[in-house]
Design a protein around this ligand. Sequence first.
Ligand code: AMP
Ligand code: ZN
Length: 142
Amino acid sequence: MQARENCIFCRIVAGTARSHPVWDDGETLAFMDLNPLAEGHVLVIPKPHWENLFETPAPALGAVMDTAKRMAHAIRATIAPPGLGVYQVNGRAAGQTVFHYHVHLIPRHDGISLELHGRRRADRADLERVAVRLRAALVPPG
Ligand code: AMP
Ligand code: ZN
């Protein structure tokens, strides 16, 4: 949770790296993605350094989502894309490249979903088997 000297988003929070901020409050920052997938691609971060969803405390996640919703309204009021994706990934295998928790807001025009679901219906017995394991592993958010 200490600011990291080698973390580009901590440096943006500290003002030692250049950014194009859109929203700044006590807990969160929203700024333009430097390599946008579409015009209006915005990132929202908690100001303290947490690497990913697992490390970020629930209240900070809530603050990030409040800001994401605020940004979503601003994007709709300006860019007015027909769709808006809200994405967040954890770990290199999921495509994470900056290891300071962040949420992407990406205007979408193409009707292409990012493989958010498969094309074949699962066996319900298999689904239930996994649901049982997940229920047993649930811990309170923190
Ligand atoms: P992810 O793959 O979810 O970790 O995404 C990291 C995002 O951070 C990418 O979309 C990058 O384009 C963006 N990014 C990296 N460096 C900067 C920067 N200095 N300012 C703004 N966005 C950045
Ligand atoms: Zn950081």
